[in-house]
Design a protein around this ligand. Structure first.
Ligand SMILES: Cc1ncc(COP(=O)(O)O)c(C=O)c1O
Length: 392
């Protein structure tokens, strides 16, 4: 029976890591995998997390099960950061822990399906795992164009997609730091989106996987808060894997905005069922460390400072790329400075991407997506020269 399964292609980005590792050139540049990197190319554990882990090891006296909802202290300690210190939704908002943002998305999609989801509307391109999950969960999706030709969001496409939506449809939106384009909606665009969704009665599912890596913690949550202020119900999928650097510890949460506290609680019992039949309980360690950070004012400040430094480094790389605008053929690099987060897409064809790899040791996804955190003051000049050489 099992032998009937077909060979699946290797994940393209993971295959790229192997190629990169095997490349002996000392000036090679990795712009592929989506993790933050320092100026020296490292992806370190946050100092605030290291300290929290020490305290955790010293104080933890049991690893007994917590339940499918996970560490609710962690889930609730994040609420003021995501929704605002004085958010207006009170107990209409609550959540549960999930294994990373991916687990949170899985739960949110599962909840929407239980509630009769008809179709998922999503901008394209999107994070490939969104699309893979739709396939795996047999969710029909409808796409609209996310990126306009000027490197900003294509609002006309979004308006048309919302206008064409029907009862039972949901819309999946990246809260900030759009993956793979880096193109976020402006506050004015979010205000319009909030009105459109409310008028149409669409269920918003907001994927917030990079809060704090774009413009700032509050700035990156602007859209989410604007949408939640306009609609009766919404789901938020949150990841701490990037903004706490906890990647492999799989730390995330799903939040529900229900029409009242009773509804939110009832919806979440469905989330608990879904968790129970999938992973039963989420992994504890990373969430417990994040909770310790969030419960301690000094550690919270340390974390926010570390996050601000990461954000600042990426903004600097973006500005340096934009400053090279006139040096790379007809390529428009200026929008990189206004885009956000780890990713942007360069308009390169397959041959140019291959040439960059083979002739210049520059590794990037086949879509032309670059991880700007892979750039450093030391390699950016080489990267721009390599781009100029292949673009002509
Ligand atoms: C848009 C988006 N959503 C969610 C995730 C999930 O992240 P994780 O499951 O590692 O927390 C990612 C990770 O790359 C992402 O880019």
């Amino acid at each position: 029976m099992l032998d009937s399964l077909k060979q699946q292609p290797a994940d393209a980005l993971l295959a790229l890591i192997k190629l990169y590792d095997a490349d002996s050139r000392t000036d090679k540049i990795d712009l592929g995998v989506g993790v933050f990197r320092t100026e020296t190319g490292a992806t370190p554990v946050f100092a605030a997390i290291k300290e929290a882990e020490k305290r955790l090891v010293q104080s933890q006296d049991s690893k007994a099960y917590l339940g499918p909802e996970g560490d609710m202290g962690f889930v609730r300690a994040l609420i003021p950061h995501i929704f605002g210190a004085d958010h207006p939704w009170g107990d209409r908002i609550d959540g549960m822990q999930a294994p990373g943002g991916t687990g949170a998305l899985r739960l949110a999609f599962g909840l929407a399906m239980r509630a009769g989801l008809r179709r998922m509307i999503v901008g394209s391109p999107t994070w490939p795992n969104h699309t893979q999950m739709f396939g795996e969960m047999v969710i029909e999706s409808v796409t609209f164009n996310h990126a306009g030709p000027d490197g900003a969001a294509d609002m006309d496409a979004l308006r048309a997609a919302v206008a064409g939506a029907e009862t039972g449809d949901a819309i999946l939106l990246h809260g900030c730091c759009h993956n793979p384009t880096g193109i976020d909606y402006t506050p004015a665009q979010w205000d319009e989106i909030a009105r459109l969704l409310a008028d149409k009665g669409l269920l918003p599912i907001i994927d917030l996987a990079y809060q704090g890596l774009g413009q700032g913690m509050d700035e990156d949550a602007y859209g989410l808060r604007a949408v939640l202020a306009a609609v009766p119900e919404a789901l938020v999928c949150y990841s701490c894997d990037k903004n706490f650097g906890l990647y492999r510890d799989r730390v995330g949460a799903v939040y529900v905005l229900g029409k009242d506290a009773e509804s939110t609680g009832r919806i979440l019992t469905n989330g608990h069922n879904l968790a129970r039949t999938n992973w039963s309980q989420p992994p504890d360690h990373g969430a417990a460390a994040a909770r310790i950070v969030l419960e301690d004012a000094d550690l919270t400040k340390m974390w926010l400072d570390e996050l601000a430094a990461m954000r600042g480094r990426m903004r600097l790389m973006r500005e340096m790329m934009a400053a090279a605008d006139n040096r790379v053929g007809g390529m428009d690099l200026a929008p990189l400075a206004t885009q956000n987060g780890l990713f942007s897409i360069l308009s390169l064809d397959k041959d140019q991407i291959l040439k960059l790899r083979e002739d210049h040791g520059v590794y990037m996804a086949g879509s032309g997506r670059i991880n700007v955190a892979g750039l450093t003051k030391g390699n950016i000049e080489n990267f721009v020269s390599a781009l100029a050489a292949v673009v002509g």
